[in-house]
Design a protein around this ligand. Structure first.
Ligand SMILES: *[C@@H]1O[C@H](CO)[C@@H](O)[C@H](O)[C@H]1NC(C)=O
Ligand SMILES: *[C@@H]1O[C@H](CO)[C@@H](O)[C@H](O)[C@H]1NC(C)=O
Length: 502
């Protein structure tokens, strides 16, 4: 009897696995792909490229909070004013400089009952060390098929891409029905306190309470990074990890090293560190967007991978375990811990009066700062170790990415018009952006940069020889064009849903 039941169950499970593998799908709309022969295609003409090169030549470097290159920001601002004449003379677009250098555009639509949305990017860049670059990081040089320069991917292609799309739309007589905002902060790389925070405050004081959705820089289109697929995978960041800086401190008794106690401040601290290292935080696979990430990718995967990813109801523990092996994938499914500094002792023959370690956590969106710190305390479980939170930020709320979520689907469709074969999936952003300043306006916050990354491009991000291909820059402009067109719809078009019956 039991044996029969077991066999029946096994058959049932196999049938479900096969059925789900064959039928599982997520919303897919009938989209018009973006082609260079389209009347509304925006080519990367010499004029367009030269404007981008000029933008890259402004050394709008941010060093630390409140310390950024004001002179260059001012020049970049002046350049933008002159380079896009239609945008700055339109009767329905209000343009303002906020916090001296940030920019806010209010584009007034014809139908005020539609909730406005917002596009964001930032004007500043991180520093660059010219001796390690093959080209001048602020030269805006084109070599072969690539444009080089600090800011090509983070995030002047966002700023200039949006501006080019706007100028083009205005040249065609476009006026939207749905209002929207364009916000460019000027100190995103150093927390955005002077830029995005002030823009947000300004809007709030004007009575703005709700945005339909917000699109800011974020994850990208990748190829060759995920196992089991050769097609591009575009990740839309639907949350950001938080962080915690924790200090561990142990006080010791000073004395001569010739008569040691059983333990010193250093050995007590070392034991605490080793506990943290030996017991990583639990995998949150299934509690954040990662599980759905694989599910959304499933249709583009090779058969075996596809069977697994379509059946995470069964294989989730296995996948979760596998993801924990590589640092890159471990970081997306867990709160991670790095012991980054340690300090203690004064002299080789004196017992240490104190030992201190600094620990940096990146908090998974399914956890809170408090949960992580409590976990640390429980783990260390030693009153002699004083655990102090020096600084922290909660992970940002998870934005919805369902079949009926207007913002997510609008961005997803725009991506698929440009990268027609791409799998589009939600994902967690490991770094932080300006979006933290805008959470009061909407839960529909999405982080996506229309840049295309091969595995060895990743190190160029905040690294040396940052670059974007000419083709990719053209795609970026057209991506923003399609976002503006698609977001102008009153609602998502109805679609026929396949699969999901199970
Ligand atoms: C903006 O400029 C004014 C005048 O130079 C200065 O007093 C103020 O501190 C500046 N604000 C920021 C955020 O830089
Ligand atoms: C404006 O948008 C609302 C909400 O979608 C819609 O009901 C109304 O018909 C629209 N008005 C016009 C003039 O299109």
């Amino acid at each position: 009897m039991f044996k029969n039941l077991l066999i029946v169950s096994l058959i049932l499970v196999s049938v479900i696995i096969v059925l789900r593998t064959l039928t599982l799908s997520v919303r897919s709309d009938n989209l018009r792909p973006c082609r260079s022969s389209d009347a509304d295609f925006i080519p990367a003409s010499d004029t367009v490229l030269s404007r981008f090169q000029q933008a890259l030549r402004f050394r709008t470097v941010s060093i630390e909070p409140f310390n950024y290159n004001r002179e260059e920001l001012k020049k970049f601002n002046n350049f933008i004013n002159e380079a896009f004449p239609l945008l700055h003379s339109s009767s329905f677009i209000k343009h303002e400089v906020i916090g001296n250098f940030s920019r806010l555009y209010t584009v007034r639509g014809t139908n005020t009952s539609l909730t406005p949305y917002m596009l964001c990017s930032h004007l500043d860049v991180v520093p660059a060390e010219p001796s390690r670059w093959d080209v001048d990081p602020f030269g805006g040089e084109i070599r072969g098929d690539y444009i080089y320069g600090r800011g090509t991917i983070d995030d002047k292609h966002g700023v200039m891409g949006i501006l080019e799309a706007m100028e083009f739309l205005l040249s065609k007589g476009f006026q939207p029905q749905r209002s929207f905002y364009i916000a460019f902060g000027h100190d995103e790389e150093v927390n955005g306190a002077d830029g995005a925070r002030v823009i947000s405050e300004t809007l709030y004081q004007r009575g703005v309470r709700r945005l339909e959705f917000l699109l800011d820089e974020g994850l990208t289109v990748t190829q060759g990074i995920f196992p089991g697929t050769d097609t591009p995978v575009a990740l839309i960041g639907t949350s950001e990890k938080g962080y915690i800086n924790v200090q561990l401190k142990v006080k010791g008794e000073v004395g001569h090293s010739s008569m040691p106690k059983k333990e010193t401040a250093i050995t007590v601290l070392a034991r605490a560190i080793s506990k943290l290292e030996g017991h990583p935080h639990p995998s949150m696979f299934g509690y954040g967007p990662e599980l759905d990430m694989f599910q959304h990718m499933a249709s583009k995967l090779k058969p075996l991978h596809r069977a697994v990813m379509s059946n995470l109801w069964l294989f989730s523990p296995l996948v979760s375990w596998m993801l924990s092996w590589k640092p890159e994938t471990n970081a997306i499914v867990k709160t991670v811990t790095s012991v980054t500094m340690v300090h203690g002792g004064v002299k080789i023959n004196v017992l240490p009066p104190e030992a201190v370690a600094m620990v940096n956590h990146r908090v998974h969106p399914a956890q809170t700062v408090k949960e992580v710190v409590d976990y640390d305390r429980r783990l260390i479980n030693d009153d002699r170790v004083e655990v102090t939170v020096l600084d922290s930020m909660e992970p940002l709320p998870m934005s919805p990415y369902g079949d009926e979520d207007f913002g997510y689907q609008t961005i997803k469709n725009s991506i698929q018009q440009i990268w027609t074969t791409a799998a589009v999936t939600p994902g967690v952003m490991i770094g932080n952006t300006d979006t933290k300043h805008y959470t009061r306006f909407t839960e529909n916050i999405y982080r996506f940069s229309p840049s295309f990354m091969h595995p060895n491009d990743l190190k160029r991000f905040h690294g040396d020889n940052e670059r974007i291909s000419i083709k990719n820059y053209e795609q970026a402009i057209n991506f923003f064009y399609h976002v503006i067109i698609n977001a102008n719809e009153e609602k998502l078009l109805p679609y026929h849903k396949h699969g999901e019956e199970l």
